[in-house]
Design a protein around this ligand. Structure first.
Ligand code: ADP
Ligand code: GN1
Ligand code: MG
Length: 386
C-alpha cells in the first residue's frame, strides 16, 4: 500500500511549486484517515522539508472543496499573524501546484497536497502535565477565535453530518442488524451500552439544530495529536502576544459546527493519560486535574461563549467520547473499512477504551460539573484577552 502511494507521490512531486533538488521521501505520521509522507529538498545548500498527504477520497468526496476551505482559512489566520516573524510555524502553509492549485492529481487520479514541514515541533499522544493540558486547550480556543470572523461564504461541509449522533446511530443499527462479519454476538455488551446511551447522546446535535447553541466554525477533529507544539516552548504562558508556538494541524474537517465539538474532543483525548487504543482498561481514567487545566486554557483562548454553550462543556466531553465509541464499534461491525487499523480487533479495542473513559467520567460526574461551572465563572470574571 505505502509502496504504491510512495511511487505515485514521487511521480507527482514535480507538479508542486517546490524549488531545489529532491533528496528523500518517507512515510510519516500515524493518522487514521489520510496517508502522510515527508520529503527533504536541497535548496541552494539549505535543507528544507515538506509534508505531503494523499487525501482519502472515500472519506472526503470533494477534495477540491476541502482544499478551498483550507486555503481560505490558513490565509485568514496568516493575515492575523502577519506581524509575527514566525507565523509560518503557527499556521499551516499550503504549497500550491505549479499552476496555482492547492492540490495536485497523480497519474491514477489521486489527490495530493503539500504543507511546509514545521521543524522542531512535536505532537503528544498523552498529556504529560497540567501545563500541557492548559496549553492544548488554549491553542484550540485561540484557533476558534481566529476563525470567528472568517468572511463569507460559509465553509463547505467536507463531511456532512460528521458529528450528527442521530445519523451515526442509524448507521450503527444498520450494521448491528446486517452484521456482515458476524461480530454482533461478541460485542453484545458494547452494543447494549450504546443503546442505553442513545438518548443522552443526542443532546449536542439537538441543541445545535434547535438553535439553543450557535453555529461556529470549529475544527471538528480537535484531538490532542492534531496540535503541534514547539519543542522548546514554555507552555506555562498561554496568553498574550508572546504565547508559545503551537500550530493546529489536520484541517480537513474545519467547517461549521459547535465550539463544543472541539471542547469535547479535547476532553476526550487530553484528560485521559492512556492512548486511544490502550487495551489495559485500568489505565483509562478521567483525570479531573487535567480537565481543570485543559478547560481553563480553552476558555482563556476561545471566543466569548454563550451561557447555553458553557453549560454543556462537561457534557461535550462525554458526548464526543460516545460518538467515537459508536463510530469505532460501527466500523468494527462493518468490517474495518473506515479507520486505518494495525491489528485484528483494533477498532473494538478503541471502542472499549472509549466506553471505559465514559464510565470513568460517570463515576466523577458531579465533580466534573462543579469544576466546569466554577471555571466558567472564573473566566467570566477575568479581563479577557478576547
Ligand atoms: P492525519 O490525517 O493522518 O492524522 P495529520 O495532518 O494529523 O494527518 O498529520 C500526521 C502527523 O504528521 C501529525 O500528527 C504531525 O506529527 C505530523 N505533521 C503533519 N503536518 C505537519 C507539518 N506541517 N509540520 C510538522 N509535522 C507535521
Ligand atoms: C480520525 O485523521 P485523524 O486520525 O486525525 C477521524 C476523527 C476521529 C479520530 C479518532 C475524518 O482522525 O473523526 O476523532 O480519527 N477523522 C475523520 O482518533 O473521520
Ligand atoms: Mg491527525
Amino acid at each position: 500500500m505505502d509502496e504504491n502511494q510512495l511511487r505515485r507521490l514521487w511521480e507527482s512531486l514535480d507538479q508542486f511549486a517546490i524549488y531545489g533538488e529532491l533528496e528523500t521521501v518517507e512515510p510519516f505520521g500515524r493518522g487514521h484517515i489520510n496517508s502522510t509522507f515527508r520529503s527533504r529538498w536541497n535548496q541552494a545548500g539549505t535543507r528544507v522539508r515538506y509534508t505531503h498527504q494523499r487525501i482519502n477520497e472515500r472519506v472526503f468526496v470533494r477534495p477540491d472543496q476541502m482544499m478551498e476551505n483550507i486555503s481560505r482559512l490558513t490565509c485568514h489566520i496568516a493575515e492575523k499573524l502577519q506581524d509575527l516573524p514566525d507565523r509560518s510555524r503557527r499556521v499551516l502553509s499550503v504549497v500550491p501546484s505549479r499552476d496555482g492549485k492547492p492540490y495536485v492529481r497523480d497519474s491514477e487520479g489521486g489527490w495530493w497536497r503539500t504543507y511546509l514541514f514545521i521543524e522542531g515541533a512535536h505532537t503528544l499522544e498523552a498529556a504529560a502535565s497540567l501545563e500541557d493540558a492548559r496549553f492544548l486547550g488554549a491553542s484550540v480556543g485561540r484557533f476558534q477565535q481566529q476563525l470567528a470572523d472568517l468572511p463569507p461564504p460559509r465553509l463547505h461541509e467536507t463531511i456532512p453530518d460528521f458529528h450528527n449522533m442521530e445519523k451515526r446511530y442509524s448507521r450503527f443499527y444498520e450494521a448491528v442488524s446486517k452484521d456482515p462479519c458476524g461480530r454482533a454476538k461478541e460485542t453484545a455488551a458494547e452494543i447494549a451500552f450504546m443503546r442505553e446511551n442513545e438518548e443522552r447522546g443526542a443532546v449536542l446535535i439537538r441543541a445545535l439544530r434547535d438553535g439553543v447553541i450557535p453555529e461556529r466554525i470549529c475544527h471538528n477533529d480537535a484531538k490532542m495529536n492534531n496540535i503541534l507544539i514547539e519543542d522548546n516552548s514554555n507552555t506555562n504562558d498561554t496568553v498574550g502576544e508572546e504565547y508559545p508556538v503551537s500550530c493546529v494541524l489536520d484541517l480537513d474537517t474545519v467547517m461549521p459546527g459547535t465550539s463544543l465539538f472541539d471542547a469535547g474532543d479535547l476532553i476526550r483525548t487530553v484528560t485521559n493519560r492512556a492512548e486511544e487504543d490502550e487495551r489495559d482498561l485500568s489505565r483509562v481514567q478521567f483525570d479531573p486535574g487535567l480537565f481543570e487545566a485543559l478547560i481553563g486554557g480553552y476558555l482563556s483562548g476561545a471566543p466569548l461563549l454563550l451561557p447555553a454553550e458553557t453549560a454543556l462543556i462537561a457534557e461535550s466531553g462525554r458526548n464526543i467520547t460516545q460518538i467515537m465509541a459508536l463510530r469505532f464499534l460501527t466500523d468494527y461491525l462493518e468490517g474495518d473499512h473506515y479507520y486505518h487499523t494495525a491489528r485484528p480487533g483494533h477498532n473494538l479495542d478503541r471502542c472499549r477504551n472509549q466506553i471505559a473513559l465514559i464510565k470513568s467520567m460517570d463515576s466523577q460526574w458531579q465533580a466534573i460539573l462543579d469544576t466546569a461551572a466554577s471555571l466558567v465563572e472564573r473566566n467570566a470574571a477575568m479581563p479577557a484577552p478576547h
